[in-house]
Design a binder for this molecule. Structure first.
Ligand code: C2E
Ligand code: CA
Ligand code: CA
Ligand code: CA
Length: 274
């Protein structure tokens, strides 16, 4: 029995070592990928459902690893945050997205995800100002998506940064709303422009009684002068229910999956003329 125990400890240790080696390799690969053509931004449309038109796009990072194929952002973004690569990655995404958005119709907004780690970077405001200036994009067209984890430590710094960002002229969205550490208190303390209702609530609406949660969020946002968008809309039934609850902006596979920049003109045409 003892020998067996020892054997499984060794197996465990070697599995751990293997995993660490793999992570170190992935980290080195990611470092090399920044600035290469392995990284690309895909875009998923926001739909103004009252007019049936595209109102903007969210930039979503993609990594085509030469050996592993597509590595999902759910894997490499947390890695980048841990090993200190997220600032570099984030600056690249901001500049690339702003540059590409200048080619879109002028009434479309660009939404870029911001990691909480990036949010604490001393150069954040400068990075954003520079990206806008380099591209020649009006700040009013840029939206930044932040998550509730920002408000965990609830400090004055977070508030000051949010204010400084808005002073640049851009807008702030609360991403994945309702999934975090939801104290509703921060909604009144912090200046947001938009709430993104998380996909889990949209999926929950498949049961009619769960529509109450979405109804409450929509009511709350309008009382606080924030706009609202539902993400992860996949079915006509979800679309119908959201419309009934007064939701005017949506995003999800029902309308389009995230697509490469080169596809956007055709995508806009298809949705706007449907
Ligand atoms: P997120 O910001 O919540 O983005 C929404 C995710 O849901 C995206 O996954 C999108 O492709 C997916 N999605 C959109 N519509 C539907 C739908 O109808 N059904 C389902 N099942 N999924 C849908 P993706 O692209 O894999 O990104 C995952 C996460 O990675 C993002 O979640 C975001 O947190 C992070 N991420 C992606 N790009 C960036 C980036 O440039 N910077 C930062 N900091 N994070 C990013
Ligand atoms: Ca997002
Ligand atoms: Ca989200
Ligand atoms: Ca998310």
């Amino acid at each position: 029995a003892q020998r067996q125990g020892l054997g499984s400890v060794c197996l465990f240790a070697s599995a751990m070592r293997q995993e660490m080696d793999q992570r170190r390799q992935l980290e080195a690969d990611l470092r090399a990928a920044i600035g290469s053509d392995q990284l690309e931004l895909f875009y998923q449309p926001f739909i103004d459902v009252t007019r049936g038109r595209v109102s903007g796009f969210e930039a979503l990072m993609r990594w085509r690893h030469p050996v592993r194929g597509m590595v999902p952002p759910g894997t490499f973004i947390p890695l980048a945050e841990e090993v200190g690569l997220i600032d570099e990655l984030g600056v690249w995404a901001l500049r690339e997205a702003c540059r590409q958005a200048t080619g879109w119709p002028g009434d479309l907004t660009l939404s870029v995800n911001l990691s909480p780690v990036q949010f604490r970077s001393a150069s954040l405001i400068d990075d954003i100002r520079t990206a806008l200036k380099m591209a020649g994009l009006a700040p009013q067209r840029l939206q930044l998506e932040v998550t509730e984890s920002l408000f965990l430590d609830n400090d004055e710094g977070t508030l000051a940064t949010l204010r400084a960002l808005r002073a640049l002229g851009l807008t702030i969205s609360m991403d994945d709303f309702g999934t975090g550490y939801s104290s509703l208190g921060y909604l009144s303390r912090f200046p947001f422009d938009k709430i993104k209702i998380d996909q889990s609530f949209v999926r929950a609406m498949d049961k009619a009684e769960n529509a109450a949660i979405v109804r409450a969020v929509i009511g709350l946002s309008s009382a606080m002068n924030m706009s609202v968008i539902a993400e992860g809309v996949e079915t006509p039934e979800q679309f119908e229910r959201l419309c009934q609850e007064g939701c005017r902006e949506m995003q999800g596979y029902l309308f389009s999956r995230p697509r490469p920049a080169a596809d956007l003109a055709r995508l806009i045409l298809r949705i706007n003329s449907a």
